[in-house]
Ligand binder design. Structure first.
Ligand SMILES: Nc1ncnc2c1ncn2[C@@H]1O[C@H](COP(=O)(O)OP(=O)(O)OP(=O)(O)O)[C@@H](O)[C@H]1O
Length: 230
């Protein structure tokens, strides 16, 4: 699995007078296949997730994925690290389902035939066959989340970072997305408030007020988090 290294990272969004660090002195290195990230609202989880593919470049410290620095090699990092947002509408970029899945491949210069083949396979893998020419924005919430996943995974990133991908979904769709994620061969970093999704994970990081306060196996990390919230 890729090696992700976060070295002495602090992050401030606004450098003005009211500047407040949303991440403070975070240092962690991981290469496990399943890594969870939990913590209270506003504790810095999304910011941490966005560091991993260079969507956020830290004001201090550095982030490396397999040795590539997000500050100097953002493009290279983003080729390796796919990102799934909480709200799938934020990442639908094309009018139809098939076009949306194919978008990243076309941008990478794949031929029309190769794109069509990959898109067909992705539609089948994510239960979207029969929806190829459907307007993407008219899909149900769960289908949109699956589309977002398909559109990211079709480009075969080595790492998939997911920021609360099941938050907007009903139980059936949340379970469906969880099932797809559980079966992925990729390294997955999952930010979630759905603690049950972390069963079987290799490692769980707990954030509190911008600090990494626990880094443990799921049961111990969740117990720490529950205590913190009590
Ligand atoms: N783009 C931004 N500009 C300014 N401040 C931001 C920005 N994004 C997040 N913040 C602030 O940074 C802090 C941490 O936010 P972040 O989204 O990382 O937390 P989180 O743990 O993911 O929260 P939640 O569980 O509510 O999603 C919050 O106080 C938030 O208001």
């Amino acid at each position: 699995m890729p090696v992700i290294e976060i070295k002495d990272v602090s992050h401030v969004y606004d450098q003005g007078a009211a500047a407040r660090a949303v991440l403070r002195d975070v240092a962690v290195r991981f290469e496990e296949q399943r890594v969870g990230v939990i913590g209270a609202n506003g504790s810095g989880k999304s910011t941490f997730a966005r560091l991993l593919n260079g969507l956020v470049v830290p004001t201090q410290g550095r982030v490396r994925v397999d040795g590539l620095d997000t500050r100097s090699d953002g493009r290279g990092v983003r080729r390796r690290v796919g990102f799934c947002f909480t709200d799938p509408d934020a990442q639908i970029v094309m009018p139809t389902v098939a076009e949306d899945i194919g978008f990243g491949l076309r941008r990478r210069g794949w031929s029309r035939a190769e794109v069509a083949e990959r898109v067909a396979a992705a539609l089948a893998a994510y239960g979207l066959e029969g929806h190829a020419d459907h307007p993407a924005h008219l899909l149900s919430g769960g289908q949109k989340q699956l589309l977002a996943l398909a559109s990211v995974l079709v480009t075969e990133p080595a790492v998939l970072v997911m920021d609360e991908p099941t938050t907007l979904l009903d139980l059936r769709n949340a379970l469906r997305v969880a099932e797809v994620v559980a079966g992925l061969p990729q390294q997955v970093v999952l930010v979630t408030h759905h603690l049950e999704l972390l069963a079987g994970f290799d490692r769980v990081l707990v954030f509190d007020e911008g600090r990494l306060v626990a880094d443990d196996l799921p049961d111990a990390a969740v117990a720490y988090y529950r205590k913190l919230m009590a």
